[in-house]
Design a binder for this molecule. Structure first.
Ligand code: CDP
Length: 197
């Protein structure tokens, strides 16, 4: 069975948590595509070359979740050569046998416009910054500024800007617990899977 769940949205909206939970519930594989850009961002040197040379080991680095790695990711993610180098791997993953969940910024719009389910997960910048601050600590105001800066760059870039696909279901988690958001996402996937039988 080929079945793709595309989950897009701004920084720290809950895409990863929802993606992992949906994948576990339905036995699909999960790819956090942000890790690809984070790994390229922290690599140094020529980003396009780093993207072409990316290996699974690069995704296992333990410094990919920092605020700095997030900023570096969003800078290299604006480069068309970097994005182009990562397309094939993501497309193959999305359409591989057995079902796949991918979360990122352009999955429903560019990587897999044919995805069977497209979700756009969002929340207010303050709520998202608070969640990210609980993970990384430090100064909450700085985390908020970082989230806003990254959103502006991701939404404003010319190549594959962050925006909901026209046929995406928007899930606003500002006033929704993560469990509720996971249940909503699973119900949408379940309905779509049922419609295929
Ligand atoms: O976890 P968080 O939502 O904060 O970020 P992430 O998903 O790890 O993505 C880090 C950065 O990579 C984003 O700010 C984007 O600039 C870039 N990215 C992208 O351009 N396209 C994707 N499919 C995934 C991430």
């Amino acid at each position: 069975m080929i079945f793709t769940v595309a989950i897009d949205g701004p920084a720290a909206a809950g895409k990863g948590t929802i993606g992992r939970a949906v994948a576990a519930r339905f036995g699909f594989r999960h790819l956090d595509t942000g890790l690809l850009y984070r790994a390229v961002g922290v690599q140094g040197g020529d980003p396009a070359q780093a993207a072409r040379d990316l290996s699974p080991g690069d995704l296992a680095r333990d410094d990919l979740r920092t605020l700095e790695a997030g900023q570096a990711a969003s800078r290299v993610a604006a480069l068309p050569e970097v994005r182009a180098a990562l397309v094939d791997f993501q497309r193959r993953f999305a359409r591989s046998e057995g079902g796949a969940v991918l979360d990122g910024r352009d999955i429903g719009t560019v990587i897999c416009p044919e995805a069977e389910v497209k979700l756009y997960v969002t929340a207010s910048p303050e709520v998202r910054a608070h969640r990210r601050w609980l993970e990384v600590g430090g100064d909450e105001a700085r985390v908020l500024a970082e989230v806003k800066e990254r959103d502006a760059r991701d939404m404003g870039r010319a190549d594959a800007p962050l925006r909901p696909a026209e046929d995406a279901v928007v899930i606003d988690t500002s006033e929704m617990g993560i469990d509720e958001a996971v249940e909503l996402a699973c119900a949408i996937v379940s309905t779509r899977l049922g419609g295929r039988d």
